[in-house]
Design a protein around this ligand. Structure first.
Ligand code: NAP
Ligand code: F7E
Length: 344
């Protein structure tokens, strides 16, 4: 029997890689998308409107619980992947209430919809929650594992802690097959342009082709465990194929600083980042997460998962893709040197 999956956040970075993976595995894939005044489907254009293997898109919003119930009743998915969120940490300080509503309570709305439909139909619906290493925040041990206590440092991190615990609570209370992937930072050429890695690769390549001169960044000393998004969606799928639901850290178990990322990205283009990067307090956060380093041994042991793309390969992949984009951008319009893109 063909399996049906519903992905919330299908238009985002991870949603697009997961949709590709599930289509390749023969799933009937449905995606929840928000209505906006523009299409916003760029990351999944190649998967929609392409006949039988198309991803079917449905309008919906994690803020609208009734719509979620209706949609799940209509699709009757075997698996639901909750990837939708206000996912930007810096923005969550500016929009804390909205972040709580979507990222925290949105998870509860979706779980309630699943519980209702599962109770009515008797069909099991497996659930994946996109938990985050941001929940560890001001870390109490390094590396961080599934048992490490949470100390979130942003409204986003706090919202993710709620989403995590409400998922665990529904698993324990209602016997839902619900699993949380505690994913450390993962990037790709499809990463949103205001996250630091993509901001760096976009700027470095625009500088290389003469479209920009400076890159304004915040804390260059922050340390992160950066992996490739394409590897991480495989772990999400593996979690839902297990007989028993559980929570797993997914990470590369390697640490790098923001300045190291700059050095590698600019270096690939024959540039010295110190000549272009300006530290700008506008990009400091009210409370910072200094270091995140995962211990993914449980996922490696139980799921048989391991990352395929190294840090160096990830940087090169992102720089190469953005260099092509910068060349296209330059040929479309002669940009103004020194102009910077709006970034958070
Ligand atoms: P992303 O690129 O920012 O994508 C977020 C998705 O959520 C987009 O499709 C967005 O739609 C959608 N969305 C936002 N608000 C919504 C709402 N109210 N209702 C319905 N959909 C909404 O994020 P990502 O990097 O793919 O991450 C996927 C998930 O993993 C997120 O939950 C994120 O918090 C979590 N996470 C990410 C990382 C990471 O390093 N990437 C690490 C740990 C956890 P639009 O396209 O319309 O904006
Ligand atoms: O920042 C520093 C910044 O915004 C990484 C999300 O996917 O991963 C992501 O959250 C670090 C921070 O990611 C700039 O202060 C310096 O220390 O790329 P980021 P994040 O905050 O780690 C987690 C796991 C998630 O779950 C989130 O959804 O880089 N940094 N200068 C900067 N960051 C940004 N954005 N912009 C700067 O100019």
């Amino acid at each position: 029997m063909q399996r049906r999956a519903l992905i919330t956040g299908v238009t985002g970075q991870d949603g697009s890689y997961l949709a590709e993976l599930l289509v390749a595995k023969g799933y009937e894939v449905h995606g929840l998308r928000r209505r906006s005044s523009t299409f916003g489907n760029e990351r999944i254009d190649h998967l929609v409107d392409v006949g039988d293997t198309a991803v079917r898109l449905h309008y919906g919003d994690l803020a609208d619980g009734n719509g979620l119930v209706r949609l799940i009743r209509e699709i009757r998915p075997h698996e639901v992947y909750n990837l939708a969120a206000q996912s930007h940490v810096r923005v969550s300080f500016d929009q804390p209430t909205y972040t709580a509503d979507v990222t925290a309570v949105g998870t509860l709305r979706l779980l309630e919809a699943i519980r209702d439909v599962q109770d009515d139909t008797g069909q099991q619906i497996r659930f994946y929650q996109a938990s985050s290493s941001e929940m560890f925040g001001k870390v109490v041990e390094t590396p961080q594992r599934e048992t490490t206590p949470f100390h979130p440092r942003s409204p986003y991190g706090v919202a993710k802690v709620y989403g995590h615990w409400i998922t665990v609570n529904y698993r324990e209370s209602y016997d839902l097959h619900a699993s949380c992937g505690i994913l450390f930072n993962h990037e790709s050429p499809r990463r949103g342009e205001t996250f630091v890695t993509r901001k760096i690769t976009r700027a470095a390549t625009r500088i290389k082709v003469g479209l920009q001169d400076k890159l304004h960044l915040g804390n260059l000393d922050a340390k992160r465990d950066w992996g490739f998004a394409g590897d991480y969606v495989e772990a999400m799928w593996l979690m839902l194929q297990q007989d028993t639901p559980d929570d797993y850290v997914v990470s590369t178990d390697e640490l790098h600083t923001v300045s190291e990322f700059c050095e590698k990205a600019f270096g690939r283009l024959g540039l010295d980042y110190r000549e272009h990067v300006v530290v700008d307090p506008r990009y400091f956060r009210p409370a910072e997460v200094d270091l995140l380093l995962g211990d993914s041994s449980k996922a490696r042991r139980r799921l048989g998962w391991q990352p395929q793309v190294s840090f160096e390969q990830l940087v090169d992949m992102m720089v190469d893709a953005d260099l092509e984009l910068a060349h296209r951008e330059r040929s479309v319009s002669r940009g103004v040197v020194g102009r910077e893109r709006i970034a958070a």
